[in-house]
Design a protein around this ligand. Structure first.
Ligand code: C2O
Ligand code: CU
Ligand code: CU
Length: 513
């Protein structure tokens, strides 16, 4: 077993623009293969990273200041992870190495949103059917928050992100900058992921079908759970901190693992922001649950912990919520904070009671409601195939909100696992969750609710772009489809589900058309 807390937590470098065109910063990012040390005792690991880094470099942008990015690929022609050619989009004719970049949580026109079929191959030798432009433009017309960019290529997203194609993208604005929050070296992004390794240091990703089938190998698997946790690309790292407040921008960047985070000495997280921005008021929680793709902006105050070594622990079951609890010695450990540094200067930072002027959306604003099921059925080989509303990716588009429409989506989860549901383009609010009787549904195909609608957790009462839809619950979200018409997607963010049919296109249509 790899020794814990022997590597210092890396901090991803901030990417600088290559040039300015019409005053707009222009970045160039090249996807490259590289060999990186992910742990002191592991031989270097082959990864695919943006600019060869894992995780990729961090973008720091400012609200309403657009940026342009040329995303290109110098990756090899051969994939080093097991591609299942029975999966839509990854079939025999498709090039093995395809990538397309999506800015998760970005309010981005569809031509720059990284549609799964807008992929391209190394050197743009070949492009997918929905390829738009080589240079993407991000308007950044949105509130300060942590976004992330990652691969989204049809049918192989799980493999491309697992290989290393993900990074942080931080939006700032005046409101956030006016707050006395910890910043500079006291503001640190934490990308949490799980990985497994072979003894030679190479990444291990299983390829055996579950249940086993004749003739399909490699196969997509139901979910990937790694044997180690990495933060910012190091296995079980440590961070030396001063006895003062720090701001951590936490992202669950795992394929399928949920993280239920807590600190070994009982220190709480003061959550100040959700996926899509600052909360109205801070929420103090001893425990932080994050599904894949969810983010939490938190402050931890180490001022009463001088001299201590604090472990960030994880207790979320996988699959969530009914699966196995993590091993408290391995997957139950995330990283360590050592409060060993001298206080460099008095901590002037604080967490104000009012963080933003958040407006609660009312159900009355909605002009349309949809009920959408999250289901599962066996495929022709007996493997699990997860579906949104029973439709396949290639089925005709069914979700076509009008530009400017406000809709309520009721996500009816018929399956046994929590699915983190994500919509591109829009931010939403969670209205409530309501349990229903799974047996009645199975026998009679009808929904019989078994309890009242329950408001989301306090730290979910902010703008979100990914929501945990729990089994045998109806999760209602409300959102306004703005500011762009076009072709987007919504999907489960468990990457193994997303790749295997739990993703659908949706279209924001111009009214009157
Ligand atoms: Cu994190 Cu469709 O994306
Ligand atoms: Cu997204
Ligand atoms: Cu799912």
């Amino acid at each position: 077993m790899l020794e814990q807390f022997v590597d210092r937590l890396p901090i991803m470098p901030v990417i600088q623009p290559q040039s300015f065109k019409d005053q707009i910063p222009f970045y160039e990012v090249t996807m490259k293969e590289s060999l990186l040390k992910l742990h002191r005792d592991l031989p270097p690991t082959r990864v695919w990273g943006y600019n060869g880094l894992f995780p990729g470099p961090t973008f720091q942008v400012f609200r309403d200041h657009p940026v342009r990015v040329l995303w290109k690929s110098d990756l090899p022609q051969k994939h080093f992870l097991p591609i299942d050619t029975t999966v839509h989009g990854a079939n025999h004719g498709a090039p093995k190495v395809r990538t397309v970049v999506h800015l998760h949580g970005g309010v981005t026109p569809d031509t720059s949103d990284g549609y799964p079929e807008a992929w391209f191959t190394p050197g743009f030798q070949q492009v997918g059917p929905y390829f738009t432009n080589v240079v993407y433009e991000y308007p950044n017309g949105q509130a300060a928050t942590n976004l992330w960019y990652h691969d989204h290529a049809m049918g192989i997203t799980r493999l491309n992100i697992y290989a290393g194609l993900a990074g942080m993208y931080i939006v700032h604005d005046e409101v956030e900058l006016s707050l006395p929050l910890p910043r500079g070296e006291y503001e640190i992004p934490l990308i949490i992921q799980d990985r497994s390794f072979h003894d030679d240091g190479s990444l291990y990703y299983p390829s055996e079908p579950t249940p086993p089938v004749e003739g399909v190998d490699p196969s997509v698997i139901p979910d990937f759970f790694g044997k180690t946790n990495l933060v910012n690309g190091k296995v079980w790292p440590y961070l030396e901190v001063e006895p003062r407040k720090y701001r951590f921008r936490i992202l669950n960047g795992a394929n399928a693992r949920f993280y239920g985070l807590s600190l070994s000495n009982g220190l709480p997280f003061v959550q100040i922001g959700t996926d899509q921005g600052l909360l109205e008021h801070p929420v103090t929680v001893p425990y932080l649950l994050l599904a894949p793709a969810e983010r939490a902006d938190v402050v931890i105050d180490f001022s009463s912990s001088a001299g201590e070594e604090i472990v960030m622990k994880n207790d979320a079951a996988s699959p969530f919520p009914q699966g196995k609890k993590p091993n408290p010695k391995t997957t139950g450990v995330v990283m360590q904070f050592r409060v060993k540094k001298e206080l460099a200067s008095k901590d002037q930072s604080s967490v104000p009671y009012v963080l933003s002027n958040y407006h609660v959306m009312s159900e009355k604003q909605a002009n349309n409601e949809r009920s959408l099921t999250l289901g599962m059925r066996p495929d022709q080989y007996g493997r699990e195939i997860h579906l949104l509303n029973d439709d396949l990716w290639i089925d005709p588009i069914t979700e076509k909100p009008g530009l400017g429409d406000t809709e309520i989506w009721s996500l009816v989860n018929l399956s046994k696992a929590t699915h983190p549901i994500h919509l591109h383009l829009v931010k939403f609010q969670i209205l409530d969750r309501q349990p229903f009787d799974g047996d009645v549904y199975e026998k009679e195909g009808r929904i019989e609710t078994t309890g009242p609608r329950v408001k989301p957790d306090l730290n979910e009462r902010g703008w979100k772009d990914t929501v945990r839809a729990n089994p045998k619950e109806i999760t209602r979200i409300i959102m306004k489809f703005t500011p762009y018409a076009g072709l987007f997607v919504w999907h489960c963010h468990i990457l193994e589900h997303e790749d295997y049919e739990m993703m659908r296109p949706y279209q924001v249509v111009l009214k009157g058309n």
